[in-house]
Design a protein around this ligand. Structure first.
Ligand code: ADP
Ligand code: MG
Length: 595
């Protein structure tokens, strides 16, 4: 639909791009401009009046009106009047005035009267980047059922929302459920529609997929049902001549590497590229790839590797060093732990191997569990596969502990180390200690280094981070780190994680940290050390294992504000939709957008 010049201008000022978005700017109050011939006490109302006199006192203005509709005089009072208010009252002129009316002992007053031009209707008041009356007139003229319907909004929903802008009676202060549901629906519809419009489809560089079943038969274990489902999704994707765009989300340890390798296998003889956020991880992926894809030609690209001709390989694995190499055309591009890269880096890789208007199939892997509703919403612009199970049940005991439990904790740590297992201690950020009631890494390390052997320390800004992790993996007993060290590196002997100041962290972060232990079936322990007394949130966390359930819990507690402000608290992008509760609305919108 083409916009008129005025519509275009107003939309820009409001920062919107559709009539549906316009409908979502709802009134925050209403004024009743209907005119009566009786006065209702203590109610804002309209009079049809002639100004008989205006008297200025130091801090107020007194106006005597004769109200024709009431048949008597009424005294107007403006407190602390601003200069522009004065011009409304000219002795001898007859106009409509609106204000709060009261009568005491036969004497009637109107507080803060203002002249109005429109009378006879209930007038919505808006708070936006446009003046309320300007927006109101614009909405009156432009917001119609036809326009909303032409943008795809269902008629019964549009009707419900229009009632807010064109009320037949004064709506109650609390919105009613059908109205709220309509707002939720509309908000989501608008959001998802924009996402899906933004999604662009490109031709693929290749469109074939080998069957993976024979390869799966060579593995030392059976793929899990969820791994198979994700692989099947990818198989369909890469068989198409439209470039795929898919996000595969699965908990730490859900076996995403096998899905990556299956994808590379299915894509052969076409080339695949896999980018990973750290050298350690890239190495680990490379080792696994060589082990499970023995017939493929695989190479590893890091800052340290020589600049070889990469054109002869089936699978090129690397860190972001890939972005600075001459890359052959690869028809499948994958990014592991995608949240560790910036959007720019991810796009760069995809672009590097695109050719003309053809693009590679593009798969992103993420271990950050998202709520189901969020995943459903994402599908508007990217396909999503969820791996919701892990190959073997992780046996991790999670427990909230306090200062008085420290002695027991020491005992546990000693006993784990004596069994050859390793322990991770997570402390708050190095530089934040001044405001915190917990020790920082620098304050705490001395104690551990004095009392234990094999203590390694690292943090987010540590340039030697990777080397420290490798050394620890080989020889260490205790690793002291910040939450930043949450990469998907495999530490098979890690049995225990202690998180200091756990109540400060989001549940998803705690879950990521807990996911470091018991990677290969070792009995694991997760201790949440806190000075706070009781926390329902942490207790519930201890009893929940699935990252997807944790993501939903996170939503719930975030809403109740149980998390300290500023810590990991990314607010929702929605005003009405509640990701924790509105799954049914999300699925209806999703269906409606498809049809
Ligand atoms: P993620 O990348 O999702 O965190 P990984 O791919 O590193 O998880 O897998 C974790 C561990 O599980 C690895 O040691 C891997 O070899 C093993 N694994 C993967 N799939 C299976 C399976 N179907 N059955 C048994 N073990 C598996
Ligand atoms: Mg992984």
């Amino acid at each position: 639909m083409k916009l008129t010049k005025e519509q275009d201008e107003k939309f820009k000022k409001l920062g919107i791009s559709s009539f549906i978005e316009l409908s979502l700017i709802i009134p925050n109050s209403y004024e009743d401009y209907r005119i009566n011939n009786f006065l209702v006490e203590h109610k804002s109302q309209v009079i049809d009046a002639t100004v008989e006199s205006v008297y200025r006192a130091p801090n107020s203005i007194q106006i005597t009106f004769y109200a024709h509709n009431l048949g008597h005089s009424i005294q107007g009072v403006l407190f602390r009047p601003r200069p522009y208010m004065m011009h409304q009252f000219k002795v001898g002129e007859r106009d409509y005035f609106y204000g709060l009316c009261d009568c005491k002992m036969g004497k009637c007053t109107m507080t803060m009267p203002k002249k109005i031009s429109q009378v006879g209707e209930i007038t919505p008041k808006y708070k936006s980047t446009l003046r309320s009356d300007v927006l109101q007139r614009f909405i009156q003229k432009n917001l119609t059922l036809e326009k909303l319907a032409s943008e795809g909004l269902k008629e019964y929903i549009a009707t419900e929302i229009l009632k807010l802008h064109f009320p037949a009676s004064i709506p109650s202060k609390e919105l009613e459920t059908p109205t709220i549901d309509a707002l939720k629906y509309t908000e989501l519809f608008s959001y998802m529609k924009q996402l899906s419009v933004k999604r662009r489809y490109f031709s693929a560089l290749s469109s074939s997929a080998r069957d993976y079943k024979k390869w799966a038969g060579t593995l030392p274990f059976e793929l899990t049902q969820k791994q198979i489902e994700a692989i099947e999704d990818i198989k369909k994707d890469i068989s198409k001549d439209v470039a795929a765009k898919r996000m595969i989300v699965g908990d730490v340890g859900s076996g995403k590497t096998m899905v990556i390798l299956a994808a590379a296998y299915m894509n052969m003889p076409n080339k695949s590229i896999l980018m990973s956020p750290t050298t350690i991880l890239a190495n680990q992926l490379y080792e696994e790839a060589k082990k499970y894809l023995p017939y493929a030609k695989i190479t590893l690209v890091t800052n340290k590797s020589k600049k070889l001709d990469l054109s002869e390989y089936d699978l090129i694995i690397g860190t972001h060093a890939l972005l600075y190499r001459e890359l052959p055309k690869a028809s499948l591009v994958m990014v592991d732990e995608q949240h560790r890269f910036g959007t720019q880096q991810r796009n760069m890789l995809e672009k590097l191997v695109s050719s003309g208007d053809k693009k590679p199939h593009y798969l992103q892997f993420s271990a950050t569990p998202i709520p189901r509703t969020q995943a459903m919403i994402e599908t508007a612009h990217i396909d999503v596969s969820l791996i919701t199970s892990t190959p073997f049940k992780k046996d991790i005991t999670s427990k909230v502990i306090h200062k008085q439990d420290f002695k027991d904790l020491l005992g546990h740590i000693k006993s784990e180390i004596s069994k050859g297992n390793q322990v991770l201690l997570v402390y708050p950020l190095v530089e934040q200690s001044e405001v915190l009631e917990y020790q920082s890494i620098d304050e705490a390390r001395g104690y551990w280094e004095k009392n234990f052997d094999g203590v390694y320390v690292t943090h987010g800004k540590d340039k030697e981070k990777e080397q420290v992790l490798l050394d620890f993996a080989k020889d260490g007993n205790i690793l002291i780190a910040t939450t930043v060290v949450e990469v998907g590196i495999s530490l098979p002997k890690l049995s225990t994680v202690v998180i200091v100041g756990a109540e400060r962290l989001g549940l998803s972060t705690l879950h990521q940290l807990r996911g470091r232990v018991s990677r290969t079936g070792l009995k694991g322990y997760c201790y949440l050390y806190t000075n706070a007394s009781a926390s329902e949130r942490l207790n519930e966390f201890c009893h929940t294992v699935s990252g997807f359930d944790i993501a939903n819990m996170d939503l719930k507690y975030r809403k109740s504000g149980d998390l300290l402000k500023g810590v990991n608290q990314s607010g929702s992008q929605f005003k009405w939709i509640d990701l924790a509760e509105d799954e049914s609305i999300v699925s209806v919108v999703k269906k409606d957008l498809k049809s």
